[in-house]
Write a protein that binds this ligand. Structure first.
Ligand code: TYD
Length: 235
């Protein structure tokens, strides 16, 4: 199916800085006059956000790996139906925080369900739709996890409510995240045309520059260079 829009997904370990980079890229693209839809998984649609709450809450510790995978795809099917497909048809640039590669890395790799089970569901439920470009933010496993856990402690402290935690995955072991990381690298090696590995170990602004260059080069967004939007320096 031909789409008018452009679908870009962001992938990486928890705490690798995806949301910061998505915000920065959205700003640059909007400044260039593109209509940009920023969305995330699990979630994105109203119903999908309910599934997200179920999936990420640490009280769901007893759910099986298959249940987890099925819920990720239930949320994704609704996300495609309600948000992604309409935005593509309307010619938007979609910046999606995680897509099926997350299921392959976390459930396929982390939970050891294997890639073929994940890709089979992707075929049946998502019609094999893949982003034109996937930005895989590569970083150190230990550092990412530390950052993600710190963020969750702060969030919990701020909200002061045990029901607002989103840390079920972040309670997993370092070995779990090492498997997720390896699975991500295998996906990047398998699909180099779609998946661009971006070293995200440096300063956020350096990573932002790399991402802007990538988007310009890979997606041929017109002849005018994207402007990097800088915060005005404080005097
Ligand atoms: P989120 O807070 O969005 O991620 P991040 O910490 O990177 O900001 O949490 C989403 C969690 O859900 C994250 O731990 C990865 C996990 N996940 C899967 O396990 N499978 C999936 O298919 C998706 C979309 C997410």
């Amino acid at each position: 199916m031909a789409h008018a829009g452009i679908f870009i997904s962001f992938e990486g370990l928890d705490g690798c800085g995806k949301s910061t980079q998505i915000k920065k890229l959205a700003k640059v693209l909007r400044a260039r006059g593109f209509s940009v839809t920023v969305t995330r998984e699990p979630g994105g649609s109203a119903f999908g956000e309910k599934i997200r709450d179920l999936l990420l809450d640490s009280s769901a510790a007893g759910i099986s790996a298959n249940t987890e995978l099925a819920l990720m795809f239930a949320a994704r099917a609704q996300h495609l139906h309600e948000i992604i497909n309409p935005a593509l048809a309307a010619g938007h640039i979609i910046l999606c925080d995680r897509f099926t590669d997350s299921s392959e890395a976390y459930q396929g790799g982390g939970r050891r369900l294997g890639s073929s089970r994940v890709l089979a569901l992707h075929h049946v439920l998502c019609n094999d739709l893949q982003p034109q470009l996937t930005i895989l933010m590569d970083s150190d496993v230990g550092k990412c996890l530390e950052r993600a856990r710190r963020r969750n402690r702060l969030r919990l402290h701020k909200n002061g409510r045990a029901d607002s935690d989103e840390n079920r995955f972040e309670q997993e072991s370092i070995e779990f995240f090492a498997r997720v990381h390896s699975a991500y690298l295998r996906i990047a090696a398998r699909e180099p045309e779609r998946v661009a590995l971006v070293d995200a170990r440096g300063q956020a602004m350096d990573t932002h520059r790399k991402i802007v260059n990538l988007v310009e080069n890979r997606l041929k967004l017109g002849s005018v260079k994207l402007q990097i939007v800088r915060r005005r320096a404080a005097r």
